[in-house]
Ligand binder design. Structure first.
Ligand SMILES: [Zn+2]
Length: 504
C-alpha cells in the first residue's frame, strides 16, 4: 500500500529543513517533497493536521523490562519524597502480598527522601517478609533481615569482588546484589514477556519507535526472541547482552547473533563502574559527603579479555562508564582492542558521565559512540550537587563538548533510573539545563541525537535515522513547533504514539 503523509510539517533530516509531503510504500520512504509532486491516483492519504513529523526517535539506553515491571508488578518508589511516604507505600504493599513472597520495590533516592531506608526500618514495616528496595540507580539496594537470611548473608559474610555489604544498615552495593537476586524466585518467560511488552508499549505511547535495552541476560533474551518470532514487538529493539552478570565472576558465553527488522542482538554489555547520583562511579577525587572514590567492577586485564573475545567475534560492545577513572580504564581497553585488532564494528560508551578533555579527544580518535542521558541534568541535579567534588564539577555530562569533539552522540533516558521518559523532557534538559555553564546543546544537535545518533548507536543508521528514500518510514509526530517554542514549554507539547509504517 502506498501512503501520502501531508497536511503538516515534515522534517526529513530532524533539523529546521522541512518538506510538505512524505510518500511511503512497504513501510519505507519512497520520496519526500511537495504534495503536487508526490500525489498519485489511488494513494492512501494521511493528514497530519498541522503536526510536525520527524524521523522516529530512539531511546538509546532504557531498561525496557524494568520500565514494564514498574508499570505492572514492582512497587514504584520514585514519587516518594520522604521516608514516611516510602514507609506507607511499603506497608500497603506488605498488606496486599501473600505471606512469604518477596516485596520488591524500586526508585528511592536519599536526596529526595532525606536519608536511605535501613534494615531496621524495613524489618518494622514488613515483619517476616523479605524486602528488597532498589535505589533509583540500581547500583545500591536496601534489604531487611529476612532478605539477608534468604540470601545466606550474615554479619561476617565477605562481599564479592566489585561489591560492598553493609550488614548493619542493610545496604548492598554493586555485585553484592547478586547474592540476593539469586535467592529470589526466577521469573517465568511469560512474566518477562509481559514486562517487555508493558515497557515497549509505554515507550511507543511516548512517541518512540526504537529503543536499546542495555542489560539483557539469557532468560530475557529468550523472551525477546519469542516476542519477535510471534511478531509482537511494537517498536524496534536493540539489545546489549550482558557478559558478566551482577554478583560474581561467572561469565555468560557470547549469545547467538540475531538481526531482524524489529529485533537486533549483536552487542554485548559491560559495567565498568557504578553511578554518579549514588556516588558509586569510579572517580579520581573522593566524593563529597561519602569520602569514597566509587567502585571499578573489572580488573583491566579481565575486561580486555572479555571485550576482545566479543570484538574478534564481530560483536559491538557497549560499556557503562561514568567516573573519570572508569573512562580512563575503558578507553584504554578500547584503544588496545583497536590497536591489536583493527577494524570491526564500532563500540559505545554508555553514560560517559565525567569526561575530561583527554577522554573526549581519545573517544573521538577511537570513533566511539557515546550515549549520555540529558534528562539526568533535570532529575538528578540535587544528587550531583551533593556528591560531585569541586574538582570534577566542571565535567558533569558536558553534552556540548561531546558534539564539539566530533563524537556520534545518542540521547537516552536510562529509565527507570529516572521517572521522566518523555522525549521532549530529555530534549529540553539537553538544550536548557546544562550542569556546567556553556554545555547546552542546540535543538538541532539534540534532535540529531534522538534520531540519527540513536540509529548509529542501534547499528542500523543505513535503515533509520532520517526520512530519506529507502529508509524505514518510522515517525515521531509532535503537535507543536519546537523551533518556535521556548524549551521550558516543550514538555507540555503533545507527542503522538510512535508510528511504524505498515510493511505491506
Ligand atoms: Zn542503565
Amino acid at each position: 500500500m502506498t501512503t501520502l503523509y501531508h497536511g503538516g510539517v515534515i522534517h526529513p533530516w530532524a533539523d529546521a529543513r522541512t518538506v510538505e509531503a512524505l510518500l511511503v510504500k512497504g513501510g519505507r520512504v519512497v520520496a519526500t517533497g511537495s504534495v503536487a509532486d508526490l500525489q498519485t491516483p489511488g494513494v492512501r492519504r494521511v493528514d497530519l493536521s498541522g503536526a510536525h513529523a520527524f524521523p522516529g526517535f530512539t531511546d538509546a539506553h532504557v531498561h525496557v523490562w524494568k520500565v514494564g515491571q514498574l508499570r505492572t508488578t514492582l512497587l514504584d518508589l520514585r514519587e516518594a519524597t520522604s521516608l514516611d511516604e516510602l514507609s506507607r507505600l511499603v506497608q500497603e504493599r506488605h498488606a496486599e502480598l501473600p505471606d512469604g513472597v518477596w516485596l520488591w520495590g524500586r526508585g528511592w533516592n536519599e536526596a529526595r527522601l532525606g536519608g536511605s531506608p535501613t534494615r531496621a526500618l524495613l524489618d518494622r514495616l514488613a515483619p517476616g517478609r523479605p524486602v528488597l528496595l532498589t535505589r533509583t540507580c540500581a547500583h545500591i539496594h536496601a534489604v531487611n533481615t529476612s532478605a539477608l537470611e534468604r540470601a545466606g548473608i550474615q554479619a561476617d559474610t565477605p562481599a564479592p569482588d566489585g561489591g560492598e555489604i553493609d550488614y548493619e544498615r542493610g545496604l548492598l552495593t554493586e555485585t553484592a546484589y547478586g547474592l540476593v537476586y539469586a535467592a529470589m524466585p526466577e521469573p517465568s518467560q511469560a512474566q518477562f514477556e509481559a514486562w517487555i511488552l508493558a515497557g515497549l508499549e509505554y515507550l511507543k505511547a511516548l512517541g518512540f519507535t526504537a529503543a536499546t535495552d542495555p542489560a539483557v541476560d539469557p532468560p530475557l533474551y529468550a523472551a525477546y526472541r519469542a516476542l519477535d518470532a510471534a511478531g509482537r514487538l511494537p517498536i524496534r529493539v536493540n539489545l546489549l547482552y550482558i557478559r558478566r552478570p551482577d554478583g560474581g565472576a561467572a561469565t555468560y558465553p557470547l549469545p547467538e547473533k540475531h538481526v531482524s527488522p524489529m529485533l537486533r542482538c549483536d552487542s554485548v554489555k559491560f559495567f565498568a563502574d557504578g553511578g554518579l547520583s549514588g556516588a558509586t562511579a569510579a572517580v579520581s577525587v573522593p566524593f563529597r559527603e561519602t569520602g569514597t572514590r566509587g567502585v571499578l567492577r573489572f580488573d583491566t586485564a579481565d575486561l580486555y579479555d572479555l571485550a576482545c573475545e566479543a570484538h574478534v567475534a564481530g560483536f559491538r560492545i557497549g560499556t557503562h562508564a561514568i567516573g573519570d577513572v572508569a573512562l580512563e580504564q575503558v578507553l584504554g581497553v578500547y584503544a588496545r582492542l583497536l590497536h591489536e585488532h583493527p577494524g570491526g564494528p564500532r563500540h559505545r560508551i554508555e553514560h560517559f558521565g565525567l569526561p575530561g578533555a583527554r577522554h573526549l579527544a581519545l573517544a573521538r580518535a577511537l570513533n566511539m559512540i557515546v550515549v549520555p542521558q540529558p534528562v539526568f541534568l533535570h532529575e538528578l541535579r540535587a544528587n550531583y550537587d551533593r556528591y560531585v567534588p569541586d574538582a570534577l564539577a566542571g565535567q558533569v555530562f558536558p553534552l556540548r563538548a561531546m558534539f564539539d569533539a566530533g563524537l556520534d552522540v545518542a540521547f537516552s533516558s536510562d529509565g527507570p533510573v529516572v521517572r521522566e521518559l518523555r522525549p521532549l523532557c530529555g530534549l529540553a534538559a539537553g538544550v536548557a539545563e546544562p550542569y556546567v555553564p556553556g554545555q547546552a546543546v542546540t535543538l538541532t544537535q539534540a534532535l540529531g541525537a534522538y534520531t540519527r545518533g540513536g540509529a548509529v548507536a542501534h547499528g542500523d543508521d543505513h535503515e533509520r535515522g532520517t526520512l530519506e528514500p529507502g529508509k524505514y518510514a518510522d515517525l515521531t509526530v509532535i503537535d507543536g513547533d519546537l523551533f518556535d517554542t521556548d524549551p521550558t514549554n516543550w514538555p507540555d507539547i503533545p507527542v503522538r504514539p510512535g508510528v511504524l509504517a505498515d510493511p505491506i
